[in-house]
Design a protein around this ligand. Structure first.
Ligand code: SF4
Ligand code: SF4
Length: 335
C-alpha cells in the first residue's frame, strides 16, 4: 500500500474549465452559482481561445471540463479535440452520468484521460435524495457504457451527513463497476449549501467522523487496486500549512470570464484574474490573492471567513487544529 500527501506542484497546472453552468440536475450541495459564475454556454472559439491562454505550458497542464453538466454542451467533443491539439498533458470530463449528445460515441478513448462520474450514495435512495430522482441509475448506466467503450473512469463521492454511512458500501460497488480512480470529497459550504436552513441540509460531517472513518475506507478501496484520493482537511497545530493559491497553478474558470485561484472564493467577486476579450488579465485590488497572504493560526484564511463553523477552539482560545488547504490531498494506491 502506498500512501502519500500530494504536495502542491509549482510546475504543474490544473484548469478547472466550467464551459457552461446549465445542468439537468439540482443537487443539494451544488456549488454552481449562476449569479457569480454566469449563465452563458461558451462558444467553441471562446473555449479554444481561453485554453490558448495557457497553451505555452500545455505539456504540464491538465484540463478538466466541467459545468453545470458539460455533456449538455453540444460541442464538448470538439472542445476535447481542441485541447488535445493544443498539447495539454491530460484531459478529463466531469459528468453526472447522463452523457448527453451521445458524447461517448464522439470521442476516441485515446483522446480522453478520464471520464469522471459523480455519485453520492451507494444506494439509489441515498444518492437520489441528494442528486435527484433517477440520477443513481443514470450514473451507473453511464459508467458501464464508458467502461465498455474503453474509457478510463473515475468516481467522485462528496461526503456529507446524508451519505457518509454508505461509504462503507462503496468498495464492492467500485469493484463491480471497474472504476480506476476514486475521489472522496468533503462537502463545502458553497453555492446552495450556503442558503441551507434545515438540519438535513446542514451537511458538513464532524472532524471526528472524517478523521476516524475516511482513511480506513480509502485503504480498503485501495486494496482493490483502485487509486483513492481524499482531502487532508485537518492538520495538527504543528503541521506545516501551505496555501495552494500562492504556490500552485490551479485555475477555476467560469463562463462569465472570472478565473479564481481558490475554489472557496467562488461565491464572491474576488477573483484575481478574468478573461477580457479572450485575454487573461489580472483584476484590481482587493482580490483573493491579497487574502491568501494573511497568516492565521486556524490555517486557511478563506475557510475562516466563509465556513468558520468547522473550527473548534481550546479553553485558552487556540484552535484545536488547522484547516488544510482544500486542495491538499492524500493519495493511496495498492502499489
Ligand atoms: S450535477 Fe453537478 S452541476 Fe449539476 S446540479 Fe449536480 S452538482 Fe450541480
Ligand atoms: S482553500 Fe485556503 S489554503 Fe487553499 S487556496 Fe483557498 S485560501 Fe488558499
Amino acid at each position: 500500500m502506498k500512501k502519500k500527501t500530494v504536495a502542491f506542484s509549482r510546475n504543474s497546472i490544473n484548469l478547472f474549465f466550467h464551459i457552461l453552468t446549465h445542468c439537468n440536475l439540482a443537487c443539494k450541495h451544488c456549488y454552481i452559482n449562476p449569479k457569480q459564475h454566469g449563465e452563458e454556454t461558451l462558444s467553441l472559439p471562446t473555449i479554444e481561445a481561453w485554453l490558448g491562454a495557457f497553451s505555452e505550458k500545455a505539456d504540464a497542464a491538465n484540463v478538466i471540463f466541467l459545468g453545470g453538466e458539460p455533456t449538455l454542451h453540444p460541442e464538448l467533443s470538439l472542445a476535447v479535440q481542441k485541447a488535445k491539439a493544443l498539447g495539454f498533458q491530460s484531459i478529463t470530463i466531469d459528468t453526472n452520468g447522463y452523457l448527453f449528445h451521445d458524447i461517448l460515441s464522439k470521442i476516441d478513448p485515446q483522446d480522453l484521460d478520464y471520464i469522471s462520474f459523480s455519485l453520492d450514495g451507494a444506494t439509489r435512495r441515498t444518492n437520489d435524495r441528494i442528486r435527484g430522482k433517477g440520477a443513481h441509475d443514470a450514473c451507473l448506466a453511464g459508467i458501464r457504457k464508458a467502461v465498455a467503450g474503453g474509457f478510463s473512469t473515475s468516481l467522485i463521492y462528496t461526503v456529507s451527513r446524508m451519505n457518509i454511512h454508505e461509504l462503507a458500501m462503496m468498495p464492492s460497488l467500485l469493484a463491480d463497476l471497474n472504476i480506476n480512480r476514486f475521489f472522496i470529497q468533503i462537502i463545502g459550504i458553497r453555492g446552495k449549501s450556503v442558503k441551507a436552513e434545515t438540519d438535513e441540509a446542514r451537511l458538513q460531517v464532524s472532524p471526528g467522523a472524517w478523521r476516524d472513518f475516511i482513511p480506513e475506507v480509502a485503504e480498503e478501496i485501495a486494496r482493490l487496486g483502485i487509486t483513492v484520493t481524499y482531502p487532508r482537511v485537518f492538520l495538527a497545530p504543528d503541521e506545516t500549512f501551505e496555501c495552494a493559491g500562492l504556490v500552485a497553478g490551479n485555475y477555476f474558470i467560469f463562463p462569465n470570464g472570472r478565473v479564481y485561484r481558490c475554489p472557496l472564493c467562488e461565491d464572491y467577486p474576488i477573483h484575481s484574474l478574468a478573461f477580457k476579450g479572450n485575454r487573461l488579465m489580472r483584476t484590481g485590488k482587493i482580490n483573493e490573492m491579497d487574502l491568501f497572504h494573511l497568516n492565521i493560526p486556524e490555517g486557511c484564511v478563506i475557510n475562516r471567513l466563509v465556513q468558520p463553523g468547522n473550527l473548534t477552539y481550546a479553553a485558552d482560545g487556540k484552535p484545536e487544529y488547522k484547516i488544510a488547504c482544500c486542495l491538499l490531498k492524500e493519495e493511496i494506491s495498492a502499489s
